[in-house]
Design a protein around this ligand. Structure first.
Ligand code: ZN
Ligand code: ZN
Length: 291
């Protein structure tokens, strides 16, 4: 049996070594470390100044699999194989079996864990969660059932955001923040009569906006914002009215977003909102204490 072994690991190309040789017949029924030791021996003769410790090296086959040091060569090495020598002690057959067992056990545990997860029934969430991980800011969802009307799809709580394909519909950020729930909603989607009810509700909603004192520009600007974005936008406007420097507020906002690694405005922004309210609470406590 003829094989080639390459050793190309060192940065110094002078040390790269390839050796093509026939494996003596009696080695075939012996563990692969015989072949490794032979190659390392030849290499060390050529490069005594950078000699290798054979026990700290292992062989790898063409598919990147490590050869177990205690498996017989004939069981694992094919004629004309191209093997590589790499750093690191070789695995034993027992090591490889243990790794395989651990992997199978991990996969089994993962499958069991998945099975025990609850599925959130909130509109637009569908997250799988562990009850012990649930908290009152865990879920971003829609308050009310979806409406599929002709080609349009929208959440009845967010009628200003209509989608015409499924992905866009799924991507409409939730308007509520709360904890996940595994309780089914009463209505899963709305029909024609609900739609008429909803149209009446939409009118009420615009009265809400009117009563909130927000001008049209603010309502329009906030239309596509998540709940927390809207909340923080309100704070910013109020601060501006009070004479707080808008740029300063924005810089603090940006810094908090960076600190909390906010990537998704619909999910992560509550941390910023929470820290800002903590800071303001502290400040008010301090002012009150000074009196
Ligand atoms: Zn909504
Ligand atoms: Zn949820």
């Amino acid at each position: 049996m003829k094989i080639t072994i390459h050793y190309n690991e060192p940065e110094d190309a002078e040390l790269h070594t390839s050796l093509k040789f026939s494996i003596p017949k009696k080695w075939l029924a012996q563990p692969t470390d015989k072949i490794r030791n032979f190659f390392v021996g030849e290499y060390n003769k050529k490069h005594p100044e950078s000699a290798l410790d054979k026990d700290q090296m292992h062989l790898v086959d063409e598919n990147g699999r490590k050869l177990p040091c205690d498996q017989n060569s004939e069981e694992i090495i094919q004629d004309r194989s191209k093997l590589h020598l790499e750093s690191g002690p070789p695995p034993s057959l027992a090591d490889m079996q243990a790794a395989k067992d651990a992997e199978a056990a991990a996969a089994k545990k993962k499958a069991e864990d998945e099975k025990s997860l609850l599925v959130c029934k909130h509109f637009g969430c569908n997250a799988r969660y562990r009850p012990e991980d649930n908290h009152d800011q865990a879920c971003t969802y829609h308050d009310k059932a979806p409406i599929f009307h002709e080609t349009a799809k929208w959440w009845s709580c967010c009628p200003q955001k209509k989608a015409y394909d499924w992905d866009t519909f799924q991507g409409i950020p939730g308007c509520q923040i709360g904890s996940h729930t595994d309780v089914d909603p009463k209505k899963k989607f709305l029909g024609g009569s609900d739609l008429r009810e909803k149209q009446a509700a939409t009118k009420l909603k615009s009265i809400d906006d009117f009563n909130s004192g927000k001008d049209d520009k603010t309502v329009r600007r906030q239309a596509n914002m998540s709940v927390n974005e809207r909340k923080l936008d309100d704070v910013k406007q109020t601060m501006k009215v009070m004479g707080v420097d808008e740029a300063k507020f924005q810089a603090a906002y940006d810094a908090l977003c960076a600190k909390h690694n906010v990537k998704d405005m619909t999910k992560d922004l509550w941390k910023v909102s929470k820290e800002l309210s903590d800071v303001l609470n502290d400040t008010f406590d301090k002012i009150a204490a000074e009196e």
